[in-house]
Design a protein around this ligand. Sequence first.
Ligand SMILES: [Zn+2]
Length: 144
Amino acid sequence: MNIFEETKNRLDIIEVAEYYGIGLNKQNKCCCPFHTEKTPSFSISRKKQMFHCFGCNISGDVINLTQNLLHLSTSLDAVRQLDTDFSLGLNLSPHKPTKKERQKQAARSQRKFLIMKWDEWKDTAIRNVIEYIKLLEQFRTHFS
Ligand SMILES: [Zn+2]
């Protein structure tokens, strides 16, 4: 099961809607938060765990609802927000590297450092050789 399914399974869309400030009536209807209207055409189905507005035709699940209500840019952001607000304890934290991965990473940095040092040394060596050749040229002109 992915985190989107898990989020949907753990939450009740009506509870979430009310938490984010949607005041539903007894039929779980209200004026649409996504368009201006005077009579409620926005409704949430607890059975389907979906919302729908007959006025502007927007619809979706608890994740879409959260994303749209809080103006989040991705559905993953919505999942993160829900995870925080409803303490879902989803495993969304960045991957912690294992000992082997840390060693690999250390070896990579070490190699990068050595390559950098080698390049520095090479540049210096080439400069020195060039200087030396110039010096030899000067000697040759001087003594010929
Ligand atoms: Zn609407």
